[in-house]
Design a protein around this ligand. Sequence first.
Ligand code: MSP
Length: 545
Amino acid sequence: MPFYVTTPIYYVNAAPHLGHAYTTIAADVLARHMRQRGEDVFFLTGTDEHGEPVALAAEREGTTPQELADRNAARFQALMPPLEVTNDFFIRTSDPRHERKVQEILSRVRDNGYVYEGKYSGWYCPRCADFKTEAEIAEGNTCPIHHIPLLWEEEENYFFALSRFQEPLERLYSERPDFVLPAHHFNEARSFIAQGLQDVSLTRKTLRWGVRVPWDAGHVFYVWFDALLNYVTALSFAREGEDLLGRFWPADFHLIGKDILKFHAVFWPALLMAAELELPRHLFVHGFLLSPAPEGAGEDSAAQAAVGADGDPAAVEGGAAAEAGAPVEAGAPGAALEKMSKSRGNVIDPFDIVDTFGADALRYYLFREVTFGQDGPVSQAGFAARYETELANEYGNLASRVIAMVVRYRDGRLPGAELDNELAGEFLGLHERVAELMDGARLSAALEEIWQRVRRLNRYVEERAPWQLARDPEQAAELESVLASLVEGLRVVTVLLAPFLPASTERLLASLGRPELALAAAPFGAATEAEPGPLAELAPLFPKV
Ligand code: MSP
């Protein structure tokens, strides 16, 4: 079965930070899971290079938008291998092949009668590239995300007749309760629609940095329409001489952050209907990675910054310090937490984390620490703690101990040993449960299911104490059964952990002599190799940092 997963395409106005790496890693975990299932996977990510956010940043830096885009797109691209991300293509929206497709599709939308000329007037945030509706304006006409004054814009442009999709969108939301996941974001999108849809600007006249409107050279397309279409256009040129649209469209999952819900959950399905294209199967909306407010951030800025685009207050801790108006140091106990973002200056560089802890640890930590779909804080100290207590002590140690015992007591081989039925019972149905959670992008819940078994195996070692059995020759069969069951349990959790920890699980499976990754081989007792090779000693999976 084809499976198509996408990330948002990232603005190239600055270098990537951990918040960007987050969605990309999530999509990679999903893509790897689907490959384990045996699906035909296409995984797309890329950069959003047009529009005001990029044009303004280039102006500030005294360079051209294209130069800035080239520089930062390269940084986003360079992030993929160190994060072990296996995207099938990286789209850049300044690619002329994308531009031509955008022109073609939006001309079709116009031919279908959904485009008209008009005059826009209203409040606009140049950093979001978003025309705000009444409900989206914060106090004093400011942007609720960037806390900058909104600009009053009046402009002749072309409109997309979004209001004509009021009823079709209402129908979509009543027929497909899993169109947007998790449910609270489904409800949010639905109530946005219920407030009544207004037509939106499709083009901009005052901006030059964008895809030229083919029927009026004085305009470029509004960046959000150009950007959303990447999910479709990429399929037409990702593979030389091949159009992948028939094979992979509609997308199975668009993964997005909660700040871009309106565009994906309202504009995007309407645009697809107008262009006579099928709608994606699911949007999965994740929360924000939070990090301490920068030094000196007082009550107002910190509390405001934690409010998402949806007006949804993110978790704010350390309220006492903030309330007293005391200056808050980044990382200080009690510092207010807010969305990690370049403009607030509280970002963590993913390259730093990977250099210290490795990509696997980062990938694991992100979905263990913050429930995927909700907001949550991340920190260097948090990384260090999970690395040591969970990855090194619980998992890495289990692996080294089990392998060392099999090598020491049985020269690395356990031919014909019986598996422990009781332990097998505790693994029954595990791979199905994990697969079901992963299929719904419930990455943290899946990880929790697996980790319970990692802990169970550690208890099993203590309960059965193989080192004691090894002293008594009469218990030889018992010892072999305990060891073989540990090896099998370890193999099963390792196959299931592979999407999260690709590099270390590959090493571990190789030293278990059972490299098979397919989910079909994941049930306890289902290893496909009848006679696995001898177990090989393994250097620590998660060495001391
Ligand atoms: N270019 C648009 C998306 C167009 S998609 C057709 C955009 N770009 S962005 O670079 O600003 O953000 C991209 C994604 O990164 C968003 O999903 C956003 O939610 C996510 N994140 C940026 N900072 C984040 C955190 N601190 N935490 C989690 N995700 C965050 O929007």
